[in-house]
Design a protein around this ligand. Structure first.
Ligand SMILES: Cc1cc2nc3c(=O)[nH]c(=O)nc-3n(C[C@H](O)[C@H](O)[C@H](O)COP(=O)(O)OP(=O)(O)OC[C@H]3O[C@@H](n4cnc5c(N)ncnc54)[C@H](O)[C@@H]3O)c2cc1C
Length: 349
């Protein structure tokens, strides 16, 4: 009989347990250990509450969990309640599936002001993560700035823009829904250092912005490269850019706007004891598609800044760690003898 400890109960943890079930059948026992009292990681606490079809993947994990070989052990933080050395003595192998729960810091002056929130906290707040239930983000408006040009930024923009009725059928928590209904935010800015061809947004999520009850996306037509260049994009990106071109060609007139501020790098956040504005430098692309500042700045008045610029895996005592890259030191997922990492705890770059 093999005894395996899987640390983390998100997708990577459950897919690991499923693979172990398939490989060893009755001859394996897997303990999935999580610091939280409930399983499924970011499927529960990250994926947007109005995207129930994506959250439905948890049914597959439930099937794994119901197998006799697999046990969920909640409320145990590895590194705090039990050490890696203790686990190594108890199990044949330890698999770290702890994800990347820490926001990459928004390293600009003023980023410590109240009203600047990392996406992990903001997303956790509306998804019922116990660490962020008391976040109470300032939704006093009229402006909000979201830093980042990926799907997490899109999720945050959409959640800020939706009406209460549009959350019907979602599993958004009541405290967030009540606060969002009272929100006075009307101008939501999505800041990206590069242009429409460099976004990391998928077509389905972008397309949704065109169908919001009270909010319309807004894109400056002059931000696009020549239309012929779209043919060089891979098909998914081409569809995403087509959505953006559609938004630029037919700007909607609704009470709220979701403005795509392309070629825009945040340089400082200012305010008297809280966020009141964000200073942004216009950028341009170099030949190798890096963004560089132009020296031209503008200001967005806002009471809330949400940074959606990526995540990091925090270290665990006893596990070799690359501080520069913010990840466990590993070679193809192998950290050491009997110690492995998977999923977001094992980023490829
Ligand atoms: C806002 C947001 C929206 C997303 N939306 C989508 C989407 O729509 N579609 C999609 O396909 N993907 C989406 N993703 C990505 C998806 O959530 C991740 O790819 C996936 O959850 C990563 O799985 P994981 O198991 O590696 O990590 P996680 O899901 O983060 O799971 C890690 C688990 O480890 C636990 N843990 C951490 N440290 C410890 C410790 N020391 N001891 C014990 N337990 C610990 C955590 O509590 C957590 O349960 C989204 C991500 C975010 C952040």
């Amino acid at each position: 009989m093999r005894h395996i400890a899987v640390i983390g109960s998100g997708p990577a943890g459950y897919y690991s347990a499923e693979a172990l079930q398939k490989s060893f059948g009755e001859n394996v026992r897997v303990d999935i250990i999580d610091r939280l009292p409930v399983p499924y990681g970011l499927i529960r606490f990250g994926v947007a509450p109005d995207h129930q079809s994506i959250k439905a993947v948890a049914k597959r994990y439930e099937k794994v969990a119901l197998g006799n070989e697999v046990r969920f052990v909640g409320n145990v933080a590895v590194g705090r309640d039990i050490s890696i050395a203790e686990l190594a003595a108890l199990y044949d192998a330890v698999i770290l599936a702890t994800g990347a729960p820490d926001d990459r810091p928004l390293d600009i002056p003023g980023s410590d002001l109240p009203g600047v929130v990392g996406s992990a906290a903001f997303v956790g707040w509306y998804n019922g993560h116990p660490d962020f239930a008391g976040l109470a983000p300032p939704l006093t408006g009229p402006g909000a700035a979201i830093v980042g040009n990926g799907n997490v930024a899109l999720d945050v923009a959409r959640i800020l823009a939706k009406t209460r009725a549009e959350f019907t059928g979602s599993d958004i928590v009541g405290h967030a829904l009540d606060m969002l209904e009272q929100s006075r935010i009307q101008e939501i800015h999505l800041l990206g250092r590069r242009g429409p061809h460099q976004i990391a947004m998928t077509p389905k999520e972008l397309g949704e912005l065109g169908y919001l009850e009270d909010a319309a996306p807004c894109v400056d037509p002059s931000d696009f490269p020549p239309e012929a260049d779209d043919a060089l994009l891979e098909p998914g990106m081409r569809k995403s850019v087509a959505h953006l071109r559609g938004f630029a060609a037919a700007p909607g007139a609704k009470p709220k706007t979701i403005a795509f501020d392309f070629f825009a790098a945040p340089v400082a956040i200012e305010g008297d004891g809280r966020v009141e504005r964000i200073l942004v430098e216009r950028t341009r692309l170099t030949d190798d598609l890096r963004s560089v500042g132009t020296g031209e700045n503008y200001v967005i008045d806002c009471g809330l800044v949400v940074s959606c610029i990526g995540y990091r895996t925090p270290p665990i005592e006893g596990v070799p760690y690359e501080h520069g890259r913010g990840r466990f030191a590993n070679e193809s997922g192998v950290i050491g003898d009997g110690l492995y990492c998977v999923g977001w705890a094992r980023p490829c770059s």
